[in-house]
Design a protein around this ligand. Structure first.
Ligand code: NAD
Length: 491
């Protein structure tokens, strides 16, 4: 079967009038269309939501979501593949009508029953949609069927397990694609390549040579108009349980024997299984939480978290987490993996810093830095690339060194042709490659790890620190590294 036949499909978007659909899904589908990965011969999109729209209303919204003034003809052609059905997730009739519409479109476009259901609605509906799809036989077409589930996947281990059970009533594990959009980012996918395609790194990638690993996901934005959602979630659920844990497993996994989704997953799962469990009374040695207080971002005064719209004035929800993970296996025993993530920090950046151990005897001192370790920095966003920090000779002073950086930046190449994370992930799902999606084993292991910490925080068993908006977090996060002889590398 050729690729064109496999990609012939109908994409059904639940929540087509929502923010995610407009900002990410429609533009990503357009890029797939423009680049020929979705072909006019076998592609249709059905948008579903409560509003009483017509096909043309949706087509108009899709058109305006695409920022590409040079390709008006292609945009119009692309939009003509969109169909809208007013839909209530809780009503049986909606599913019956949807099945009729899908059968009609499959006939008109000669699509061999391939159906991709994209759940871009509130997570409370995921289970209900899955069981209704099965009940009304929408999952019984002749082709493949797959479902993409948006985050958050549960709010703890037990709700994630329940959600898994509900979705598995209609879809098997290999048909479930749990989105973690960080896994669609170029440099996150590049972690495997840097590690496993370069002989200069892999021999050093262990506790003999690496002193610590630092993962930073910092945002300058506050909660904007998502205060209601965020206040029930917090940084641990929103960023650590999913994105940070995925990055840790890619950094720490053993080389897979093949590049298949199954082999890679197996290695990632082993990392999560090897995380050193922490007991309740040592949580504050490993994890700290904080909230932003008023401050300044880019010269503008901003409010503290507790004064944000739709946030409770007494809220204890964390907008910042710093933590230390220990991986108890041969490769990583003794190497701390530090992580920090937060809102309203001084810069927007996603970065991994690998700090190598010092030489046993280094005869040179550095004129700029007290610490002279070599660093490998993986820049994930907004810059994409890698930087290696070495020690070079300071001109005219034989015994002194200065940091020298070797940089590779993706910006050198053509950034305008760069596929967006959602674009890659949707396409991977259409061609049935699940490598860059979260498997239920990974999701469950990760929830099991963070659940204990979240429960201690909910009981106020550890301090809730403050950090000024526009800073890099609370002092407590610096102390956590300082007491182990390390510091956060500037980002
Ligand atoms: P949104 O509130 O903007 O849109 C929700 C959509 O669901 C709307 O189209 C609405 O009509 C539809 N809907 C609600 N109740 C319905 C019902 N009973 N029947 C039919 N349709 C109904 O939400 P969003 O921001 O687009 O988020 C969608 C999903 O994506 C959520 O799971 C969210 O957590 C996730 N997500 C969103 C973002 C983002 O940037 N917006 C980022 C990451 C994850």
């Amino acid at each position: 079967m050729n690729l064109q036949h496999i990609t012939k499909s109908i994409i059904v978007i639940f929540g087509a009038t929502g923010d995610l659909a407009k900002r990410k899904l429609f533009p990503s589908l357009f890029n797939l269309y423009k680049s020929g990965r979705l072909t006019p011969e076998g592609f249709a999109v059905v948008g579903l939501a409560r509003r009483d729209w017509k096909d043309d209303t949706l087509r108009d919204v899709v058109k305006h979501s695409i920022d590409d003034s040079e390709n008006e003809e292609i945009i119009n052609e692309f939009c003509s593949h969109f169909y809208y059905q007013p839909f209530d997730i809780t009503e049986d009739q909606s599913y019956i009508m949807l099945n009729e519409l899908l059968e009609r479109l499959e006939y008109n476009y000669s699509i061999p029953g391939n159906r991709l259901f994209y759940m871009s609605v509130s997570p409370q509906f995921f289970g209900e949609i899955a069981s209704s799809l099965k009940e009304y036989k929408l999952t019984q077409s002749n082709g493949w069927k797959r479902v993409i589930i948006e985050k958050p996947f549960g709010r703890n281990a037990s709700t994630a397990e329940q959600l898994n059970d509900e979705i598995r009533q209609a879809f098997s594990e290999d048909e479930i694609y749990r989105i973690d959009h960080y896994l669609g980012k170029e440099m996150v996918q590049n972690i495997e390549v840097i590690r496993f395609a370069n002989s200069i790194f892999e021999p050093l990638w262990n506790n003999q040579f690496i002193a610590n690993v630092q993962i930073t996901l910092s945002e300058t934005l506050g909660v904007e108009d998502r205060g209601g959602y965020y206040d029930k979630s917090g940084a641990m659920r929103d960023m650590v349980q999913n994105h940070v844990m995925q990055i840790v497993s890619l950094l720490a996994m053993e080389p897979p024997i093949r590049l298949t989704p199954e082999e890679i997953r197996e290695e990632k799962v082993k990392v999560l299984k090897a995380l050193k469990p922490i007991s309740r009374n040592e949580i504050s040695d490993y994890f700290i939480r904080a909230q932003y207080s008023p401050g300044w971002i880019d010269g503008e005064e901003v409010t503290g978290y507790r004064s944000e719209k739709n946030v409770s004035p007494n809220t204890k929800t964390e907008t910042y987490v710093a933590g230390k993970l220990l991986i108890e296996n041969h490769r990583w025993k003794g190497v701390p993996f530090y992580l920090r993530t937060g809102k309203r920090m001084s810069s927007k950046s996603t970065k991994v810093v690998i700090e190598f151990k010092d030489l046993p005897l280094n005869l040179y001192s550095n004129v700029e830095r007290k610490r002279v370790s070599n660093l490998l920095i993986i820049n994930i966003q907004p810059d994409e690339g890698i930087t290696i920090i070495l020690n070079g000779k300071k001109m005219d002073i034989a015994s002194k060194t200065k940091p020298v950086s070797l940089e590779y930046s993706n910006k050198i190449g053509s950034i305008s042709n760069k596929p967006e994370a959602y674009e890659r992930l949707i396409y991977s799902c259409i061609i049935g490659v699940a490598t860059n999606f979260a498997h239920s084993d990974e999701v469950m292991l990760s929830w099991n790890y963070v659940d204990l910490i979240l429960s201690a925080w909910e009981n106020n068993e550890t301090p809730l620190f403050e950090y000024q908006a526009g800073s890099m977090g609370p002092k407590a996060a610096e102390k956590m590294l300082a007491k182990e002889g390390f510091c956060w590398w500037p980002i």
